[in-house]
Design a protein around this ligand. Structure first.
Ligand SMILES: [Ca+2]
Ligand SMILES: [Ca+2]
Ligand SMILES: [Ca+2]
Ligand SMILES: [Ca+2]
Length: 309
């Protein structure tokens, strides 16, 4: 049950990081139906009603189930434990229900009537980690297990991979920000391992997962469970314009596709000339090189977002 420590046979950490920088788009919260895995088109349920139904079922699930919390006691620094969830029954009647162990994290979603619908995610942090937290814009080096409420796993990665939080399902990226990265230590033989990395799991409604989309292993409107081990992370600048992606979310809603200063259809985090004035953002945000973002006309809008500076 204990996962082996992860050793990396690279002489050079930088090379190792570059090797894995090919970002894997594993999850996609968009409901594009061009995937071969999509097996049906189902009616689009109103967000508000669907949330109430799913939150009730998640709470019922947490009251009637426990996880292998005893296995997480006395974790060694460089290991994790695979999350196992089972029903409280028979020999397990004395187990503590998940409901008594979770904390709540709320994400506001906007429904079809522009109404804010707060969505609760329920989570347990088994080990916080020791470094910085990722943002929802960052790339994370993780192993994970994804499950539905019937306790079957639809996706398990025991060996860590890089994921781009802007491309994972919303709840996955949001939950990862509650974990801290681990420490990388090098061994005498040139290998690396991660110690004291963040470990936790989250239970989320389907609107933070795949919502009406379905695959062979995930039906429409399935709440999801993810266990995540967060080894390390990279801050991302998707368009390499010198402005970190997290800072290109101008309205701060953790969604990157809806910030488009020059309204050219290319969101700022993918746009190398954010204000469309013909000067690349990288040549404009700090032209005098003083380490401060320039605002030539002093109107409070930085030059790279100001097409009349
Ligand atoms: Ca945004
Ligand atoms: Ca743009
Ligand atoms: Ca940009
Ligand atoms: Ca510009």
């Amino acid at each position: 049950m204990y996962l082996a420590p992860y050793l990396f046979y690279m002489n050079n950490l930088y090379k190792f990081l570059l090797l894995f920088l090919s970002i894997i788009v594993l999850f996609n919260s968009c409901s594009d139906s061009d995937s071969d895995d999509d097996i049906s088109n189902v009616p689009l349920e109103p967000l508000k009603d669907q949330y109430v139904i799913e939150n009730d079922s998640i709470i019922e699930f947490m009251k009637t189930h426990f996880y292998n919390y005893e296995d997480f006691d006395n974790l060694s620094l460089n290991s994790s434990v695979e999350l196992i969830i089972d029903t409280i029954a028979g020999d397990n009647l004395d187990k503590t229900p998940i409901f008594d162990q979770v904390k709540t994290f709320t994400i506001d979603l906007i429904d079809e009537n522009d109404e804010v619908i707060p969505h609760n995610m329920y989570y347990v942090i088994n080990r916080e980690g020791n470094g910085s937290n990722p943002t929802v814009a960052d790339s994370v080096f993780v192993s994970y297990k994804g499950m539905t409420l019937d306790k079957t796993s639809f996706d398990t990665r025991k060996n860590p991979i890089w994921l781009d939080n802007t491309s994972t399902v919303r709840g996955f990226g949001e939950f990862s920000t509650l974990l801290k990265r681990g420490e990388i230590s090098s061994n005498l033989n040139g290998t690396y391992e991660f110690n004291n990395f963040g470990i936790g799991f989250v239970i989320m409604p389907s609107a933070l997962g795949y919502y009406e989309s379905s695959t062979l292993s995930i039906s429409s409107y399935s709440p999801l469970i993810f266990q995540i081990n967060l080894y390390t992370l990279n801050s991302t600048d998707h368009d390499a314009d010198g402005i970190l992606t997290i800072e290109e979310d101008l309205n701060g809603d953790n969604i990157f596709s809806n910030d488009d200063t020059d309204e050219d259809g290319i969101p700022n985090y993918r746009d190398m000339d954010d204000d469309g004035d013909g000067i690349l953002t990288k040549d404009e945000y700090d032209a005098d090189g003083d380490g401060l973002v320039d605002d030539s006309d002093g109107d409070g809008v930085p030059d790279y977002l100001d097409n009349d500076n």
